[in-house]
Design a protein around this ligand. Structure first.
Ligand code: ADP
Length: 471
């Protein structure tokens, strides 16, 4: 077997990869992308404030002053509006706009005028302010809009906002990430241990117990039924153990039955043969007939065994052809004339119309003869057997009815199993290996034909099969 990784290691690795992915995502978003994302958000805000002021100013300059004040308060921004006749300013007097020289302001306006959309966004440092605790210097965003008014009177709107350095935040986040990373790794270890207990352990225990399966033993440990799959596995293996036991017992039964069945005719053949050798008077036709009958019985048994082993190896390949089932049964019935004459059996069959079917003729003969042999073997004192053929619209049903010992209801489903014999001591029958019906079942299943039995203990049985008519 290829060397496989244990489930617990697999689960552990998957969880570790997953947690590394989560930690990686946290590092990416909280450390690497924090500053650019924050600056982008600020730039978006300043553009929005600028656009709001520009719009308000264009629509209704009477209320514009109030709006400018509100926007600067709400966004912690400084706003300058420089018109041809008036100038409005709002915001913290310490902000960069108030501290810029006229030249610097003119420079910003110049860039805005030169741009395609009359706006200009720049990033500036506040002069003279030194960085504290290794932080980067405070940055400022300045956004300039040229609002074109009527009669070539332009209004300039300038908005500034500070961008706080993220250095301090980042070092806090870094520290937190170390903690989060540690906690996640610890949680993964604990989770792996827990999953190992919950998933792997029951499986290992089941595998250990399953090593006894070849002996037909499996004691399902209910403690291991921690989840549905383990419970199902336990159940399946317990059932398998029962089946193995059954098959094992059936095999032993078969060997016992077969050796008994082989020995009985062999003893008869040897006994009669020796008797005829020793006593010339005993060389009678009856005695020779006994040897012939017993040899036939042996032959049947060996054929059944060969058939069974053939089926176990690679199944039977059907050789289908079209033939008349009524004719086939009629021909086969002649075989049983000897039972009528010699043993006083009353075997009836009244052929009616022809019934053309498509099937493996030889195999269907085997099916019919198996049913017939059983009917003869188990027909008891009454020795009455009736073969019926019911030809319907689409199918023909053949039934073989005997008035013999019958089969108990609970045993009906088992008789089709290999090696099954209802009465284990019932050896002296024509074909008593207990495999006849399993061969029948195999053949009819292969054809896809319906079949079955109705039986009542003490009253007799009717075995039947149904074959589709050839149109
Ligand atoms: P066997 O060679 O023992 O007859 P089969 O597979 O043909 O084996 O039949 C299996 C068992 O089914 C038989 O041992 C017998 O107990 C029961 N059985 C089969 N046919 C009949 C029947 N016509 N009447 C009563 N019991 C039957």
């Amino acid at each position: 077997m290829k060397k496989q990784t244990s489930l617990k290691w697999k689960i552990g690795w998957y969880l570790i990869f997953f947690s590394l992915f989560i930690i990686g995502m946290l590092v990416l978003f909280q450390l690497v992308l924090l500053e650019p994302m924050y600056e982008k958000a600020k730039a978006d805000t300043i553009r929005k404030v600028g656009a709001n002021v520009a719009e308000a100013y264009q629509n209704d300059s009477a209320n514009a002053e109030e709006l400018i004040f509100q926007e600067s308060m709400a966004n912690d921004a400084c706003i300058f509006v420089i018109g041809s006749s008036e100038q409005i300013t709002s915001g913290n007097p310490g902000c960069i706009l108030f501290r810029m020289t006229t030249n610097q302001i003119a420079e910003q306006i110049g860039y805005a005028e030169a741009s395609d959309d009359n706006t200009y966004l720049s990033v500036q440092q506040i002069n003279g302010e030194r960085p504290k605790d290794n932080q980067k210097e405070m940055k400022n965003l300045i956004y300039t809009i040229i609002n074109e008014g009527a009669n070539d009177t332009n209004t300039v709107i300038m908005v500034s906002m500070t961008v706080s350095p993220v250095g301090a935040t980042m070092s806090t986040l870094k520290m937190q990430l170390w903690f989060i990373g540690g906690i996640i790794i610890l949680a993964v270890l604990l989770l792996t241990l827990l999953l190992n207990r919950q998933i792997t352990k029951p499986l290992t225990a089941i595998t250990e117990e399953a090593k006894n399966l070849p002996k037909g033993q499996f004691v399902a440990d209910t403690k291991n039924n921690k989840y549905l799959e383990a419970a199902e596995l336990n159940e399946t293996l317990s059932e398998a153990a029962v089946e193995i036991q059954k098959a094992d017992k059936a095999k032993r039964d078969l060997i016992a039955n077969v050796s008994h069945d082989l020995r009985t005719p062999l003893t008869m053949i040897t006994g009669y043969g020796e008797m005829m050798l020793d006593l010339p008077n005993e060389k009678t036709d009856e005695n020779i007939q006994v040897i012939v009958d017993e040899s036939k019985r042996l032959n049947n048994l060996v054929n059944d065994l060969l058939d069974l082993s053939k089926m176990q190896e690679n199944g039977i390949i059907l050789e289908r052809s079209d033939f008349d089932l009524t004719g086939m049964i009629d021909t086969q019935m002649r075989k049983y004339d000897v039972y009528k004459m010699r043993d006083g059996y009353d075997i009836r069959f009244e052929p009616k119309d022809s019934a053309f079917v498509n099937a493996d003729r030889k195999r269907m003969e085997q099916v019919f003869n198996n049913f017939m042999t059983n009917a003869i073997n188990y027909s008891g004192e009454e020795k009455y057997i009736e073969v019926r053929e019911d030809i319907g619209m689409d199918t023909v049903r053949v039934s073989i009815e005997d008035h013999g010992e019958g089969i108990e209801k609970e045993k009906l489903k088992d008789i089709w199993d290999r090696y099954y014999k209802v009465d284990k001591t019932h050896f002296r029958v024509q074909n008593g290996s207990g495999i006849g019906l399993s061969i029948v079942r195999e053949i009819l299943d292969l054809h896809g034909f319906q079949y079955g039995v109705t039986s009542e203990k003490g009253k007799g049985s009717t075995f039947w099969f149904e074959v589709p008519l050839k149109k």
